[in-house]
Design a protein around this ligand. Structure first.
Ligand code: ADP
Length: 245
């Protein structure tokens, strides 16, 4: 069963052709890592999946919602799709627990008791038990990113999108966040699409690796084949540069 389907998708920013002929199917439960040079369209591709960017041609279906149809209700789609960005936008005037409880209360109308239980479960999952009462200014960047992950998970999404979730973090905080993402991605029924420059992590977590350049998918293969035996010349060059760093 597919969770995300791109069929002949074209995306333009004005005249700039940002996504070219994207054909891609991601199945339920898969963990897919998107790799490629800066400016290759990774973030654009991920953002189209929850309707943050519109597409100009082709068809894009996410959990049965057709994003190419203007009548599709994007708010219903977004209940199924969680997103974690490079920068964590926590509500600064609310504590950690409130940050996690807010969307389920307002969007899902979850009762307080259920909501508290769920938030506790999510904060446990991201390793932040004991930080419930802290304000965002009283936690580290890595902890804030983990709150952002817990907040997304509290909506019980079917699919999680991560757009360079560790790029803005201090190096010593990256690993904790990656471990949490791994745990999330490995939940059997979760579909994850992850943009990252952390190659060791990508290798470890990905079922599949998609390599992009110039708005195109140049390689789409299992993780082992990609890292050990990339076929595309640009992918080979990209990997050799990264590995030599
Ligand atoms: P990546 O995530 O691989 O670094 P992006 O998807 O962010 O790449 O960007 C792909 C291309 O689209 C880049 O050339 C970028 O400059 C361009 N782009 C991204 N967002 C916009 C925008 N809002 N308006 C115009 N061009 C954009």
């Amino acid at each position: 069963m597919s969770m995300i389907e791109f069929h002949g998708v074209q995306k333009y920013y004005g005249k700039f052709h940002a996504l070219r002929d994207i054909d891609l199917t991601i199945n339920k439960g898969e963990t897919v890592v998107l790799i490629g040079p800066s400016g290759s369209g990774k973030s654009t591709l991920v953002r189209t999946v929850n309707g943050l960017e519109d597409i100009q041609e082709g068809k894009l279906v996410v959990n049965g919602h057709d994003l190419s149809n203007p009548k599709t209700n994007i708010n219903i789609l977004r209940k199924d799709v969680g997103m974690v960005f490079q920068h964590f936008y926590l509500y600064q005037n609310k504590n950690v627990l409130e940050n996690v409880m807010l969307a389920p209360r307002i969007v899902l109308k979850l009762n307080e008791e259920e909501n508290k239980k769920r938030a506790a479960e999510m904060l446990n999952m991201v390793g932040l038990v004991g930080k419930e009462k802290n304000m965002p200014s009283q936690i580290s960047g890595g902890q804030a990113q983990r709150v952002a992950i817990a907040r997304s998970l509290a909506m019980k999404p079917k699919c999680m999108l991560f757009d360079e979730p560790t790029s803005a973090l201090d190096p010593e905080m990256i690993d904790d966040v990656l471990q949490v993402i791994k745990k999330v991605a490995e939940q059997g029924d979760m579909t994850s699409l992850i943009v990252t420059h952390e190659m060791g992590f990508a290798k470890e977590v990905a079922d599949r690796v998609i390599f992009m350049d110039d708005g195109k998918i140049l390689e789409d293969t299992d993780s082992k084949s990609f890292f050990e035996n990339p076929q595309n010349e640009r992918a080979k060059k990209f990997l050799s540069k990264i590995i030599s760093h």
